[in-house]
Design a protein around this ligand. Structure first.
Ligand SMILES: Cc1cc2nc3c(=O)[nH]c(=O)nc-3n(C[C@H](O)[C@H](O)[C@H](O)COP(=O)(O)OP(=O)(O)OC[C@H]3O[C@@H](n4cnc5c(N)ncnc54)[C@H](O)[C@@H]3O)c2cc1C
Length: 491
């Protein structure tokens, strides 16, 4: 089946009748529900773009000859890697990088795990075959995915099996001849319920011991599998129009707690079954984390370009661009952008074929970028907030501008250096939605946490960093410093 269109994505969701709960009700049809219908339209736009820009967004399937999504592509050369990244950035531009779970993120994971399958075979060759088949299936059917990696946040000092109610977390209940039964809760699925299927994988950073084997699982199921439930958080799409909420009204992806109520998973959809050792190594040893980081860094470059554009437009609008500290803040964001681009460039141009023949970006560069961006994105939005000042609060709605008494007054009162009040508020509403709305705050939270706890990621980075050359460098330097060390044994 060729890559899907937006209409096909919507049709599948309508027919799937996934079990989603929000605001105290069960959602009958997410495609028409106020909390989901707008982001579903944005997802549909991504899929339609595949056909509007076929040259960039599609390629010929090696299996069926159909045109399939470029974001499933398995790169074999550096040019391939760049082609895939250009497709990623094409999608990211549609939302200003505000859709963290555009399908390319998990398509990269499915591709990597479907090719580098040796690890899954450690337990049973069937699991490796499953991973390979799933990549083929997802690519050929343009399956949209969410994923869930984390156990419930009960007591982080204890391993899962030590928790007071350990089986609150997703765990293996039973192995049967045709599959497994799993039960319990998992966190946190962005776009939970509004994709076709859900991937369950271990955390990218947290490690488990063998006592946690019953909680160490990797599998995939359709979202309408009996017993699978999504408990969505309150929606930040308040039903306002695009002018008032330019981002929240279109790109609010939602996050959901996932509950597996004795869910049956057929063996052919299982990749890891009760093996913490394999889980601990999954993301690194399959290079999935490398390909996912490539997507993330490419997407976050677009996001930084977008927010920098908003910052510069705000500066122009209120005539602050010549002030020293304002320029310095603009420079801070420009430096972040250029540094991210350098990471990406290094990652792509130092890419190497891995042992499975996949062109794999240089992880050193991507790992630095994925550890760094969560630390600086909050600063980027802080800068926009500081520069916007009261302008981020003086933002009447479009209806106010249409009111015959006050519209003309607002248009005059809120004028800026280069804009009439109406256009200046349109810009500042965007700045507010990037920074201060519920949607904007969640974006900052998302960038900080979505890849894992940045503190834990930073510790792993520190531990894995090759520190010896730098210590030796200083040792050599010290050796050459003229010294006359006293003989302390004689004192
Ligand atoms: C907006 C958003 C969207 C997300 N989307 C997804 C998604 O689609 N799929 C998915 O699987 N996950 C998703 N996540 C979850 C994300 O993976 C986790 O937030 C992340 O892994 C951190 O885990 P946690 O939230 O359980 O934090 P915790 O692990 O509970 O940490 C809470 C705090 O305690 C500290 N802490 C915890 N343990 C230790 C320790 N041992 N030593 C020192 N400090 C510690 C942490 O540093 C942190 O400050 C999302 C998160 C957010 C915020």
């Amino acid at each position: 089946m060729p890559a899907k269109t937006g209409a096909e994505y919507i049709e599948r969701l309508k027919n799937a009748k996934n079990n989603i709960y929000i605001h105290g009700e069960r959602v009958e049809d997410p495609t028409t529900h106020p909390a989901f219908k707008n982001v579903i339209q944005s997802m549909a736009k991504l899929y339609d773009t595949q056909y509007e820009k076929q040259e960039k967004m599609l390629y010929t399937s090696p299996q069926t000859g159909d045109k399939v999504g470029m974001t499933f592509y398995r790169p074999e050369t550096i040019d391939d890697l760049i082609k895939r990244r250009e497709a990623i950035q094409e999608w990211a531009r549609i939302s200003g990088g505000m859709m963290g779970r555009s399908p390319d993120y998990l398509n990269a994971e499915v591709m990597a795990m479907g090719v580098a399958t040796d690890l899954f075979a450690e337990d049973d060759p069937m699991f490796a075959e499953n991973a390979k088949n799933y990549y083929d299936y997802a690519r050929e059917n343009d399956v949209s995915l969410t994923h869930t990696l984390i156990h419930p946040q009960v007591n982080r000092q204890k391993a899962q099996h030590e928790q007071k109610d350990a089986n609150v977390a997703l765990h293996l209940v039973e192995k049967k001849s045709d599959g497994i039964i799993v039960d319990g809760a998992r966190l946190l699925a962005t776009q939970g319920g509004i994709t076709d299927e859900i991937l369950v994988f271990p955390s990218t950073v947290k490690q488990s011991g063998e006592h946690d084997d019953p909680y160490s699982l990797a599998f995939v199921v359709p979202n309408n599998t009996p017993g699978l439930k999504y408990f969505s958080r309150e929606s930040f799409d308040y039903g306002k129009d695009e002018w008032d909420h330019p981002l929240s009204s279109r790109f609010e992806e939602g996050d959901a707690i996932v509950y597996f109520d004795n869910v049956f998973v057929p063996w052919e959809k299982v990749f890891v079954c009760g093996n913490s050792s394999i889980c601990n190594r999954t993301f690194l040893e399959t290079n999935a984390v490398v390909h996912m980081s490539h997507q993330v860094v490419a997407k976050n470059i677009v996001k930084t370009e977008f927010v920098l554009g908003v910052i510069l437009s705000v500066m122009d609008a209120i005539g602050i661009d010549k002030f020293q500290h304002v320029q310095d803040k603009g420079t801070e964001v420009m430096l972040i952008l250029e540094t991210m681009k350098s990471h990406l460039y290094k990652a792509e141009h130092n890419a190497k074929l891995d042992k499975w023949g996949t062109m794999t970006p240089d992880f050193e560069a991507l790992n630095a970028a994925r550890n760094w961006f969560p630390r600086v994105y909050p600063r980027i939005t802080e800068i926009l907030r500081i520069l916007g000042a009261s302008g981020l609060m003086g933002i009447p709605t479009e209806e106010d501008f249409h009111h015959e008494d006050i519209g003309p007054l607002l248009d005059r009162a809120l004028q800026s250096k280069n804009l009439q009040g109406y256009d200046r508020v349109k810009l500042f509403r965007l700045a507010w939605d990037v920074t201060m709305s519920a949607f904007g705050s969640r974006q900052t939270h998302y960038e900080y946490y979505f890849f894992g706890d940045p503190i834990k990621m930073g510790m792993t980075y520190f531990e894995q960093f090759n520190k010896e050359p730098y210590k030796e460098y200083v040792q050599d330097f010290l050796k050459n410093v003229k010294s006359s060390k006293p003989d302390f044994t004689k004192v």
